[in-house]
Unconditional design. Structure first.
Length: 346
């Protein structure tokens, strides 16, 4: 599974290689509410086929209609704005007062889309610099803290695995978690020293590592764009890795288990050299309460909590697992299951 914007790049590269005329549309600025964030992309082929999205659909319809009516005639990038007036906002499905600014860039072999896709396949983080006056493109290494930048003459967009997720334990829940996370622009690593769990475990685009989890945590040098999720239910594998992760700058560290096991885990971790402040960073029981019962639903609840933390959203206790709703997680299986809050584990 690819993220939407990586799919756009891959498809545009295929169109260019096939000799087709195409354009790439990028959201560069929004005012008010917007369905897609800055940096979101859309690819349009000369035959009207599209990939990706820059709005809820109405702006796409207008862009497609223009291509089908007039063809692709641009030779240089152009900046366009939708939704300046209330009538336009209504027409294009933008919220009242919403405005979205886009660059529309005609693509060709000199656009370096194919080279960019190749570098992303090597898990590189790449800055693509587009000269809005000449259409010239340069690619260079980017750092994790970089974001889209726009001036009167230059558009710089950042591409690649800006977020990292380390999953400890190769099981069914890990598979669903990894699949969805890849589509959310995470570079996912699954770590499990147990051969019987690793054997046959595969998700496209996910690295599977045979190592002790705590060693890998140290090796990865986790930063503020890294997350760690422990799913083995085995303290021998989880605890030391969690200890090292909680000492790091990782924005999210979570572990699966019931409220009882979470309490015991916290007691064990305090026996190491963790401070109470470091221990407070641990999310457990993991995930948001959404009534999850299947591994795929649990994966969604975990990623929902991760996303809220990543975006700085302070969630009310009513949706936090193990708090106001007092949801529980089943310990009997490595594929833990979230239960209705009225149920109890005996």
């Amino acid at each position: 599974m690819d993220s939407i914007d990586l799919e756009v790049l891959k498809t545009c590269a295929e169109w260019i290689a096939a000799g087709k005329h195409c354009e790439m549309v990028t959201v560069i600025k929004t005012w008010g509410s917007s369905p897609r964030p800055e940096g979101a992309t859309l690819g349009i082929c000369e035959d009207g086929h599209v990939v990706g999205s820059v709005s809820g659909g109405c702006i796409e319809d207008d862009l497609i209609d223009r291509v089908r009516t007039h063809g692709i005639t641009r030779t240089l990038p152009e900046v366009v704005t939708y939704g300046i007036t209330a009538d336009e906002a209504h027409r294009f499905g933008l919220p009242c007062g919403g405005t979205i600014q886009l660059t529309i860039e005609p693509l060709n072999a000199e656009s370096k889309i194919g080279e960019l896709v190749d570098r992303l396949a090597q898990h590189e983080l790449v800055a693509r610099r587009l000269d809005l006056q000449t259409g010239a493109v340069t690619l260079s290494p980017a750092s994790a803290g970089m974001s889209l930048q726009i001036s009167e003459t230059i558009l710089t967009t950042i591409h690649g695995p800006r977020w990292r997720l380390l999953i400890i334990g190769a099981g069914q829940l890990s598979r669903f978690l990894a699949q969805i996370a890849v589509g959310m622009d995470y570079f996912v690593t699954v770590c499990d020293p147990r051969e019987e769990y690793r054997e046959g475990w595969h998700v496209d685009g996910v690295q599977v590592v045979h190592a002790m989890p705590d060693d890998l945590v140290l090796e990865m040098r986790l930063d503020t764009r890294s997350a760690v999720v422990a799913l083995t239910h085995d303290p021998k594998l989880d605890d030391l890795a969690l200890m090292e992760a909680l000492k790091s700058e990782a924005f999210y560290v979570g572990a699966i288990g019931s409220r009882t096991n979470d309490s015991k885990r916290r007691e064990r971790l305090l026996d190491f050299d963790l401070t109470p402040a470091q221990l407070d960073k641990l999310h457990g029981p993991i995930g948001l309460y959404i009534g999850s019962k299947t591994p795929s639903e649990i994966a969604i609840s975990i990623l929902a909590e991760m996303t809220a933390v990543k975006n700085g959203v302070d969630l009310p206790d009513s949706v936090k697992v193990g708090k106001a709703k007092e949801a529980a997680q089943l310990d009997a299986s490595p594929e833990a299951c979230l239960l209705d809050p009225t149920q109890r584990i005996v």
